[in-house]
Design a protein around this ligand. Structure first.
Ligand code: SF4
Ligand code: SF4
Length: 108
């Protein structure tokens, strides 16, 4: 898969506006190392790794139909490669993840 094809694939996961009631996760493809930590973390199993010329490990993509916007992948990604969006399409403040991390795991 070429880099352009990867971007097309990512853009298919662009933030829908209007009907969506939940937030969602989007992967910054260029930052993703393909480490699979988010794949293991996601409670709805909606993250998969696809082949990409960006990274020999592949890169993560999110199936938005099943993403609940729970933030867990964004909290767990060691490379801050996950961006979270609110239902209105605005970017979620990363401080929210940090607060959530502290609450869930007892550390920041
Ligand atoms: S945890 Fe982060 S770097 Fe690792 S596969 Fe997921 S998005 Fe990519
Ligand atoms: S926000 Fe939650 S449901 Fe959505 S991809 Fe991340 S871990 Fe999975």
């Amino acid at each position: 898969m070429s880099i352009d094809e990867t971007r097309v694939e990512s853009s298919e996961h662009s933030t829908p506006k209007g009907a969506r009631k939940r937030g969602l996760a989007q992967i910054r493809s260029e930052w993703c190392t393909g480490c699979r930590i988010c794949v293991q973390s996601c409670p709805t199993h909606c993250i998969s790794i696809i082949e990409s010329e960006l990274n020999f490990n592949g890169i993560a993509v999110v199936d938005l139909q099943h993403c609940t916007g729970c933030n867990i992948c964004a909290i767990d990604c060691p490379w801050t490669s996950v961006e979270m969006f609110n239902p209105d399409g605005s970017k979620r403040d990363q401080v929210q993840y940090e607060k959530q991390l502290k609450r869930l795991r007892g550390y920041q």
